[in-house]
Design a binder for this molecule. Structure first.
Ligand code: FE2
Length: 185
């Protein structure tokens, strides 16, 4: 695509209410992640490191933030949210496990929260499988394999403004840290 930087007027011709149409939906981000995860040349170009996760920044659709991530065996995130962004991810190689909460948590005003007994969900996501998620999604993603790397494609919109990281002991979730862009790369 040519790099055209013509300044545009302040959308005088756009009908009212259409600005949100330019924001990629969770379904569109999932479609992007699926398509990208099927791009074996791209997926194979990600350097893999047995000592830790590796990342490659991608061009996400519609101004979204996108990443290709390599997960050595046994690695994972901790519990986290996405600062109000929605998104999607798809496993491109290997298999990932997602643990998530089927409950909408308050985002502010607490340090520890006791979860109900029935809010835990678990998904196994082999290559080609993924999920979209809404703005309040809280989850943990793990490569449970003891021998195989996993690779996945992630997209977020708007670009992650922050991430809240939690620790968990039984049903008690504790807010540990609020990370700003740059701190998790
Ligand atoms: Fe996440």
């Amino acid at each position: 695509m040519p790099d055209v930087r013509t300044p545009s007027p302040t959308r005088p011709s756009a009908p009212a209410g259409t600005s949100a149409d330019t924001a990629p939906s969770p379904a569109e981000l999932l479609e992007f992640a699926r398509r990208t995860a099927a791009d074996t040349a791209l997926v194979d170009s990600l350097p893999l490191d047995p000592e830790g996760r590796t990342w490659l920044r991608l061009d996400g659709p519609g101004g979204s933030e996108a990443w290709l991530i390599g997960w050595p065996p046994g690695t994972g995130t901790d519990w986290h949210d996405h600062g109000g962004s929605h998104g999607a991810f798809v496993t491109a190689a290997g298999e990932l496990q997602e643990l998530s909460l089927a409950a909408r948590l308050p985002t502010e005003g607490w340090k520890t929260l006791e979860l109900a007994d029935d809010v835990d969900r678990e998904r196994q996501l082999p290559a080609g499988q993924g999920r979209a998620f809404g703005a309040h999604h809280v989850h943990e993603v793990i490569n449970t394999s003891t021998e195989r790397h996993a690779v996945s494609v992630h997209a977020y919109y708007p670009p992650l403004p922050l991430m809240r990281r939690y620790s968990r002991t039984g049903q008690v979730l504790r807010l540990e840290q609020i990370e700003l862009p740059g701190e998790w790369e």
